[in-house]
Design a protein around this ligand. Structure first.
Ligand code: SIN
Length: 309
């Protein structure tokens, strides 16, 4: 099957990519992604300046996934913007995603302005859902703050903007968030960031150092929640807002299920950290075999085709 995707007018060779924060913090890791079979990539969520992040250990693999409290360690917006501009010059037919996660409204707006004034032709992802910065609640759980930030951002830019959302768990929240998102010329929503503030215990002790051991959960633990969020937003958002599915993608079957629920693109996080960038080739091969065996002829036929009982 041809796995090419037309994403907001850009053609992407296949729907698979990394999740922000995974294998994308520095030049070497980003270069690895370029060498891989991933269709595109997103950079680590940037702040205005370099950030050291939280004390280590801050990421561990656990039996069904991972727990992390990285705290947005990153090289600062200038590095990721310059990397993206260079990528764009070297690959004029391709696009990438540039993730930003300001420490406050001003921080986000100054990065949006900087991107607006640059030649960046890709898509900016506004991360409204990092659970790991001590003292900073996840914006996506504060609906007024979410609306305010989107108003400010869209008053400053005509470039393409998507949002990375936290997981929601209640139909009232799916409805309320969709109503807000539908007011804006958003390019896409990315469902979901890690499932915030879980605890993983080993030998009576928390397993990561920051925030007394509380951290974002990823991997197989979160797949049902991720699929539910993809599906819920697919059914509620305006048709011109695309969906990126993220959460629990370890195999071609997981990728298939995200697309079946409505995802245009699919991200790999925990499994990428575990297996390295060769994960993309393996998942794509498994996906190809599965769609062939199911008789689908195009990704368009598969997207959103989840059946009711
Ligand atoms: C982190 O750096 O803490 C992870 C980023 C995120 O979950 O958005």
């Amino acid at each position: 099957m041809d796995l090419g995707v037309d994403f907001l007018g850009h053609s992407i060779k296949n729907p698979l990519m990394n999740a922000s924060g995974c294998w994308c913090d520095n030049k070497d890791l980003l270069d690895d992604l370029l060498q891989s079979e991933a269709g595109t990539f997103v950079t680590k969520s940037a702040t205005s300046e370099y950030r050291e992040g939280n004390p280590k250990p801050r990421y561990i693999e656990v039996p069904l996934g991972s727990i992390n409290s990285m705290g947005l360690p990153n090289l600062g917006i200038d590095f990721y913007l310059n990397y993206s501009l260079e990528f764009q010059n070297n690959h004029p037919d391709d696009i990438n995603f540039l993730s930003i996660a300001g420490m406050c409204m001003e921080d986000n707006l100054s990065m949006v302005k900087k991107i607006e004034q640059s030649e960046f032709k890709g898509i900016t992802e506004l991360n409204l859902s990092c659970p790991n910065v001590p003292g900073k609640p996840q914006i996506g759980y504060d609906f007024e703050a979410t609306e305010r930030i989107l108003e400010e951002v869209f008053s400053l830019t005509k470039k393409k903007i998507g949002v990375k959302l936290p997981p929601y768990f209640d139909f009232a929240h799916f409805d309320a968030v969709s109503e807000i998102l539908n007011k804006f010329p958003l390019s896409y929503v990315n469902c979901i960031n890690s499932l915030g503030n879980g605890l993983y215990i080993e030998d009576d002790t928390v397993s990561i150092r920051p925030k007394d051991g509380f951290g974002g959960i990823g991997g197989a633990y979160v797949k049902p929640t991720a699929l539910a969020n993809v599906r819920a937003f697919y059914l509620r958002l305006n048709q011109d807002i695309a969906i990126i599915g993220c959460g629990g993608v370890e195999s071609g079957k997981d990728m298939y299920e995200h697309i079946l629920c409505g995802a245009h693109l699919v991200q790999v996080g925990t499994q990428l950290m575990k297996e390295g960038p060769q994960v993309f080739a393996r998942i794509l091969q498994e996906f190809n075999e599965l769609v062939k065996s199911k008789g689908y002829e195009s990704l368009k036929d598969l997207r959103g085709a989840l059946k009711s009982m």
